[in-house]
Design a binder for this molecule. Structure first.
Ligand code: KG4
Ligand code: ZN
Length: 355
């Protein structure tokens, strides 16, 4: 497989001075961040605990919690950065993908603030922002690089040609890997979100203890529905004669599930590096917080002579600092939304007056 790689269209030199507020509200974290000339000064994240008892994110509850959180979170982000709202030069927000009602809260708040302050509004793609989280701190990758973006809703191998130019060269055909972690965790009786708990128990288990069959997909695409079904039938079979099977083997089960999922990701990443000839490899998204994935990538990096980029935990799961970084790149290029298309910004002025 051959991929033509274009030269970066924009440089990493931050030429235009830029003080920007960014808002993230795509799922169940309400987050705001202030970035000044490419330096993140604050990154406030309010997690919504209300979903735990439902075993997953309830969209309507997420929207309502965003509405409650957004003013204090933005206020805290400005205070921590020591920036007055009148010093802002732009507002960035997550346009999508995400839960519609949740996105609408961040979007309408950002639009209203930009309108009230008469400053540009910047729409940011959530998945691109996960990739651009790598530019928040040193060491920063050099274009072009590959990024395995793994979250609750996506699993992609992205060829990153520049901050604005990214090609998805491989993706899941069904479930996302984060979903596979969360759903199999649920089968083990673990609460939502199960991914971090599988990671925790896996640390004390044996990754080779149990084997699960996986569906094979050609090329650089992924499929996680097969392994999920395989784990389900495996557990049904084992608990038939021993109802304590899961309790007795929880650590080994978590380690084996994690090792299988990480192997599936790494197999395709190796293929992608071979197909593109690129050996700068990054990971991003919530699942990049997984310790098994991080350790395996570091080991592979040494073995394959890759330069590996692993984000700080704070920038793996959903956060507004990554939206701020993506917004910063768009500000440099003057890519703004048309504020004239706002239907009725007055609807949201009550938010702004409280800042
Ligand atoms: O990027 P993210 O915060 O939100 C989405 O955009 O989806 O990713 C959330 C996903 C969830 O599926 C969660 O279980 C998973 O990331 N996750 C983990 C870990 N931390 C978060 N999965 C495995 N191990 C972890 N340590
Ligand atoms: Zn995300």
């Amino acid at each position: 497989m051959l991929y033509s790689i274009q030269k970066p269209k924009i440089s990493l030199q931050f030429t235009k001075s830029c003080t920007l507020l960014a808002i993230e509200s795509s799922c169940d974290e309400t987050s705001a961040s202030v970035i000044v000339n490419g330096q993140v000064l604050s990154n406030i994240i309010a997690t919504q605990d209300i979903h735990y008892k439902y075993g997953g994110v309830v969209p309507e509850l997420a929207s309502r919690a965003h509405q409650q959180n957004i003013v204090p979170v933005v206020q805290e982000a400005l205070t921590k950065a020591n920036i007055d709202k009148n010093a802002l030069q732009a507002v960035a927000y997550t346009q999508g993908p995400g839960l519609l009602g949740a996105l609408l809260v961040g979007c309408s708040f950002a639009k209203s603030l930009a309108f009230a302050l008469n400053i540009p509004l910047i729409a940011v793609d959530h998945m691109q922002a996960h990739v651009l989280a790598h530019f928040i701190e040193e060491p920063k990758p050099v274009f072009p690089f590959l990024c395995l973006t793994v979250s609750g809703g996506h699993t992609q191998i992205v060829l990153v040609e520049s901050a604005l130019n990214m090609k998805v060269i491989g993706q899941t055909q069904d479930d996302a890997v984060g979903e596979a972690f969360d759903k199999t965790a649920k089968m083990l009786g673990l609460p939502y979100p199960g991914g971090p708990l599988v990671d925790k128990y896996a640390k004390e288990g044996h990754g080779q203890a149990f084997q699960f069959s996986k569906s094979n997909v050609s090329g650089l695409d992924f499929s996680f529905s097969g392994i999920k079904t395989s784990i389900l039938y495996f557990l049904k079979d084992k608990t038939k004669n021993n109802s304590n099977f899961i309790e007795e083997n929880l650590k080994d089960l978590c380690a084996s599930i994690q090792e299988s999922l990480v192997n599936m990701l790494m197999d395709k990443l190796i293929k992608a590096s071979e197909a593109t000839g690129i050996n700068q490899i990054a990971i991003a998204g919530g699942v990049s917080a997984n310790s098994g994935l991080r350790t395996r990538l570091e080991a592979l990096g040494k073995e394959k002579n890759w330069t590996v980029f692993i984000p700080k935990f704070e920038y793996c799961t959903d956060n507004a600092a990554m939206i701020a970084m993506a917004g910063h790149f768009r500000f440099q290029e003057g890519i703004f939304e048309d504020l004239g298309s706002i239907s009725n910004p007055r609807l949201n002025t009550f938010f702004i007056n409280t800042l």
